[in-house]
Design a protein around this ligand. Sequence first.
Ligand code: F6P
Length: 546
Amino acid sequence: MTSPAWRALVEHRCAVGNRHLRALFAEDPARFSRLSVKLDDVLVDFSKQRIDARTLKLLIDLAETADLRGWRARLFAGEQINVSEGRAVLHPALRYLKLDAFPSPQFDVMPEVREVRSQMRAFSEKLRAGLWRGFSGEAIRDVVNIGIGGSDLGPKMVVGALSSYQRRGLRMHFVSNLDSAHLAPLLDSLDPRSTLFVVASKTFSTQETMRNALTAREWLCAAAGRDAERALPLHFVAVSSALEKAAAFGLPPENVFRMWDWVGGRYSLWSAVGLPIALAIGMNGFERLLAGAEAMDRHFREAPLERNLPVLMALIGVWNTNFLGASTSAVLPYHESLRFLPSFLQQLEMESNGKTVGRDGLPLACQANPIVWGEIGSNGQHAFFQLLHQGGWLVPSDFIATAQSDYPLPGHQAPLMANFLAQSAALAFGKTEAEARAELQGAGIPDSQMAALLPHKVFAGNQPSTTIILPRMDPYNLGMLVALYEHKVFAQGVVWGINSFDQWGVELGKQLAGRLLPALQGEAPTTGLDPSTVNLIAWCREHGDF
Ligand code: F6P
């Protein structure tokens, strides 16, 4: 990275990079108000990041050098910025509720978007009212989404997050794994007469999804017996851009919810891939989710870069990764309903920006996306937080909570929030040797034991974190949160020079699996395969049943 903006950041890092958060707060008591941003009632506090006013200025220079404004304009103008696949990237169109034409009157996707939304509304209202009946005349009580990756993680995460909004009497399930241990026990627990399957696959050819869908279809048809043909369209709908493949599966056009090649899988929960969300919380709730995302789109397009939430999150992530040397980034929701957020963000971030080649086809000159991981914060505290506090690794994290609880059981929310706030403060400020000594003395530890205990009681601190507090978990706030991360990923991709919308890295394993399957089933020789795989196949054939 040879740009003056990058070099200025390298120099700045040498001058101030190791400054402790204690010092940064001591120098600037107004740091919180300077480094926190409110949008609607969502608060994002960056003050526990290892940055100062100059860091931010230099990072904004970096964004300008990378032409973030230009790329943002190209995204919203519907240009084919997904160059390696020759596609526009128009998921923001999916959340526009009022716009007449988007991205332009000449290339306007809104009529189709609105048409699919109406189809979703009609279907979800009918099903939720108990008027969509199965082959024996029973209303639907269980909905099983069969999909994987973006066709699973987004709707699963949102349905989980908004579980307190769900209608009683309609149970939602998500099946993704090829391992029959995912589908088989679920089928055992379901009644085919009152079960609806949503087969979600943009390509309608993903192996895991198609295998699960075929097995579910066989299960339904076996139960329906002579009514099988009539039963299929009453118990299966599809979400796909491959309309002819959905038809070949046996579904009439009215059972297929269309998506488009300009929606990437990991950005698709706003499309009909979000059908399980509409079924779970109703179409009005789904549109509130869209409205929250739309508000974040507007903010991303209009707010000045230095007060722009996705831009700040992106640039601080770049600072942590490329200048402070962090190789991971943790997401720690203190909210049980957000339990699938870490895996959703893993796909969003790592499938988008986990690359070493730029959009120009040249190797990147710097490391791009860090490894994203995470867990519900309360659980993490009693598992891996030890390493965050004293393990010596730099691990920037996002702490996420809601001020109000979804389920106001007395005595839970205040201690939850106390822990939420305590952990990021402890990570930031640590405990010095002098403080630890004074504490031990206060606890009556004799001097003879002091030397042995003291090193274990010191916390280095200086672990950076961002705190995000939503007023409550509702569709609107969740929409904002998800779109915040989407635009952060886009902005980081721009700074790193990446096309964030392709995913060629997932192809090699799929190709190889296609070659290995006949060998594993004894239908093809293993010649030409590497010796490790040859021997593993032999072992599997000896011990397994294929
Ligand atoms: O293999 C990766 C991937 O292509 C993801 O990008 C995508 O979200 C997932 O598979 C599922 O794809 P589809 O919706 O086409 O089944």
